[in-house]
Design a protein around this ligand. Sequence first.
Ligand code: TYM
Length: 346
Amino acid sequence: MPACAGDDMENNETKKPERKQVLLSGIQPTGVFTLGNYIGAVRNWQKMQDDFDCAYFIADLHSLTVRQEPAELRKHSKEAFALLLACGIDPEKSIVFIQSHVPAHAELGWILSCYTQFGELSRMTQFKDKSQQHPENINAGLFDYPALMAADILLYQPDYVPVGADQKQHLELTRTIVNRFNGLYGDVFRMPEPYIAKEGAKIMSLQDPAKKMSKSDTNTNAFISILDDPAVIRNKFKRAVTDSETEVVFREGKDGINNLMTIYSVVTGRSFDDIEKEFAGRGYGDFKAAVGEAVAEELSGVRTRFNDLMKDNAYLEECYRSGAERAARISQRTLNKVKKKIGLIV
Ligand code: TYM
C-alpha cells in the first residue's frame, strides 16, 4: 500500500504563489454507499482530484442526528472511509478524514448556529422529511444540521462543493450564512459554489422512480449498494420498474427509463442519442440487461479494493489519522480567524 502523505492544500496556501482551487465534500457513514451516492458524488470527487486541492470526509457527527447503535456506527465509519479509498479517492492526492477527529467542525458549527435563523432552519426540506421519518426523535441536532454542514465547508475555504441535488438547499443556506457573517465582520469566508453535475445529480429508486435512491429504503431492490455482487446488480436492474411502453427513449413521463438511461449514460460515457439508437426496436429486457452489466462492470474493481483495504486495518488507521492532522491544521487557521473576529480570546 502507498503511504498517505502529501500536503498539497497546505503547500498551496503557504508556498506557491498561485492558489489551486479548493474543493470539499462529505458523506454520512450510514451504511454502504448506494449507486446514487456514487454517481451523484463520489465518482465525481475521484475525477476532480488532479485539478483541485480536495478534502473529503466521513460525516459521522451528522449521523448522530438519527439514533445509531454505537458498535455499528464505528464499523460503518471505518467501512465508509475504506469505501472512499476503494472508489479511487487517493490519500496521497486528497485530504481524507473522519469529521469527529477534527474538533474545529463542532466548534465552528456552534458558532455558526448563532448566525443561522430559526426560520431558515425550519424551511429545510431534509429536516421536514427526517422529522416525519423519525417522529420519536426530532432532536436539536437534526434541526441545526445545516449549521454544522456550513462549518464543515467554510473551515476549508473551498471554491466548490460537489454534491447531489438533494444537498442544494443546504448549500444555499451556507451561502446565506457567508453573506451574513462577512457582512458583519469583513471578508472571513470564501463564498462556496455548489458543484452539481448535469447528469446523475439525482438517481432515483429502481422500484419507485418518483423517489430518490436511498440506502435507508426498506425495499433492497430499490437501490444498488456499491458492494452488491454482480449477479445481484443484474437482478435488481432486471426487476427495475419502468412503464407499459417498449421504446428506450428519454422523454417526460418515462421516469423509470429516464433513470436507467441516466445511469447507463454516466457509466458508459454515451449520449442519450447514442443509447436510443443502440436499443431502437430491442425492447426493455435487452436494455435493462445492458445497464446491469455496465454497472456491475463499473463497480467490480470497487468491491475488490474494498475487501483488500478492510484486511489492512493499520493502513486505514494511518490514513485517517494523518488525514485528520492535515485537516486540523487548515481548519484551525479559519477557526482562529473567526474567533478573533467575533471577540473570543484566542
Ligand atoms: P449523504 O451522505 O446523504 O450523501 C452523500 C452524497 O451523495 C449524494 N446523493 C445522491 N446523488 C444522486 N442521487 C442520489 N440518489 C443520491 N443520494 C445521495 C448527496 O447529494 C451527497 O452529495 N449532508 C451531507 C453530508 C455532508 C456534507 C457536508 C456534504 C455533511 N457535511 C459538507 C458536503 C459538504 C449528506 O447527508 O450527504
